[in-house]
Design a protein around this ligand. Structure first.
Ligand SMILES: Cc1cc2nc3c(=O)[nH]c(=O)nc-3n(C[C@H](O)[C@H](O)[C@H](O)COP(=O)(O)O)c2cc1C
Length: 212
């Protein structure tokens, strides 16, 4: 099958592309609005894009032509927390995706407790095994053929990392199997990590090796 994405409607294009770029990590993002009200929502157009400077991205769409709360809050306050979604938190994560007004606290709707963050103001999801506290560095609008920005990509610098002691192996490793991150697929589908294996990086051919 050969497909020109421009010939597809938005829904079909979304289902096709999100089924092919898999699995996607889920950034379960907490933020605060200017009045200090908490917000929590999952985003799978999300990733770590650099460790120097430590940078993550999240692409936020629109709701009825208006910015979603996560974008509005990031613009207004410049801070967010990424809560890592383990398998056990799947239902709560999904519940927090409910489309709701800013005064509605998705922590309450999803039934998850808050815990204070260390260097930013938005709270963490207490039950998450790991958190990335971050500060907004830039926002890039993704403009469609009609000149309208349909999504905005937030770039944020990670300013603090929390990993549950039980999963942390000094000096800087994490027990990924115990972290059990949920993977986003397409539609209503998700996946789990199945089997981990190790693959050492290749060594250069002898002629290319540089003596030091
Ligand atoms: C697993 C999952 C991943 C999602 N990923 C995105 C995404 O990458 N971008 C987006 O705009 N919405 C995404 N959504 C939908 C938002 O979570 C939903 O619109 C939510 O209500 C936004 O909340 P907010 O307005 O509080 O930011 C996703 C939903 C789920 C369940």
């Amino acid at each position: 099958m050969e497909i020109d994405p421009a010939t597809l409607g938005p829904r079909e294009r979304h289902l096709l592309l999100t089924a092919l770029v898999v699995p996607r990590p889920i950034g379960w993002i907490s933020s605060l609005d200017v009045e200090g009200r908490a917000n929590l929502a999952p985003y799978s157009f999300f990733n770590l894009v650099a460790s120097t400077p430590p940078t993550l991205i999240v692409s936020v769409g629109q709701r009825a032509g208006q910015p979603k709360d996560t974008l509005a809050n990031a613009r207004a306050t410049g801070e967010l927390v990424v809560n890592v979604v383990s398998e056990a938190l799947a239902e709560a994560m999904n519940a927090s995706s409910v489309e709701s007004d800013p005064e509605h606290d998705e922590f309450v709707f999803a039934g998850v407790a808050k815990a204070p963050s260390v260097v930013v103001r938005p709270p963490r999801v207490a039950a998450a095994h790991a958190h990335l506290e971050a500060r907004l560095t830039q926002i890039v609008p993704l403009v469609d053929d009609d000149g309208q920005a349909r999504n905005h990509v937030l770039f944020a610098r990670i300013v603090h990392v929390h990993v549950a002691d039980a999963l942390f192996t000094p000096p800087h490793r994490v027990d990924v199997a115990a972290l059990a991150p949920l993977a986003r697929l397409a539609g209503t589908e998700y996946g789990r990590l199945r089997e981990l294996f190790s693959l050492p990086r290749p060594t250069p051919p002898a002629a290319q090796q540089v003596d030091d």
